[in-house]
Design a binder for this molecule. Structure first.
Ligand SMILES: CC(C)(COP(=O)(O)OP(=O)(O)OC[C@H]1O[C@@H](n2cnc3c(N)ncnc32)[C@H](O)[C@@H]1OP(=O)(O)O)[C@@H](O)C(=O)NCCC(=O)NCCS
Length: 140
């Protein structure tokens, strides 16, 4: 599978299907301020994530990268796509001197992030879409 940078519009179809997002969707970072990564399989978008520089509330003084909209097509889940996208975001964060990477995760995905090395906070309701989430934080 090829890892490529894509315009935000290329993420919409998968996010609608996998995350149930109306698109464009309300996020902390507007699409044009973020970068968007996709894994392509035979030109089809199999997985996406977006990311941008943004401080983590737990460690506001530390240079950090926020990521959002992680979605893997159901037929590709459990095959390492999510882990690969996390590694790609981490690589980009480290390259610009950031040492924390974080997201607000739905409960069903928290175990995935923990399996990939994150620590997770207690649940809370985020203030953009009013969803119950946990913050997942990676030290890079
Ligand atoms: C959650 C999601 C992003 C994970 O991506 P994925 O490609 O399926 O996960 P990977 O195959 O890369 O898994 C990486 C590791 O996490 C583990 N893992 C994946 N999903 C898991 C889950 N739901 N519970 C526990 N562990 C999980 C895998 O076993 C694997 O561990 P290993 O490498 O030690 O064997 C993907 O399943 C998805 O898009 N789900 C629906 C949308 C969603 O919840 N997005 C996140 C919103 S916050």
């Amino acid at each position: 599978m090829d890892l490529v940078e894509v315009p935000v519009e290329a993420t919409f179809g998968l996010r609608r299907g996998v995350l149930g997002w109306e698109v464009p969707s309300a996020t902390r970072i507007q699409g044009d301020r973020a970068a968007h990564l996709a894994l392509l399989h035979e030109d089809a978008v199999a997985a996406v994530v977006s990311h941008a520089t943004w401080p983590c509330p737990d460690e506001p003084a530390v240079p950090a990268r926020y990521f959002f909209g992680m979605a893997v097509d159901a037929s590709y889940q459990g095959r390492g796509c999510g882990r690969r996208l996390l590694a790609a975001v981490a690589e980009r964060a480290r390259a610009v001197g950031e040492s924390v990477m974080w997201a607000e995760a739905r409960e069903s995905a928290v175990a995935f992030y923990v399996a990939c090395g994150a620590r997770a906070t207690a649940p809370y309701v985020e203030d953009v879409a009013g969803l119950a989430v946990r913050r997942v934080v990676f030290t890079l």
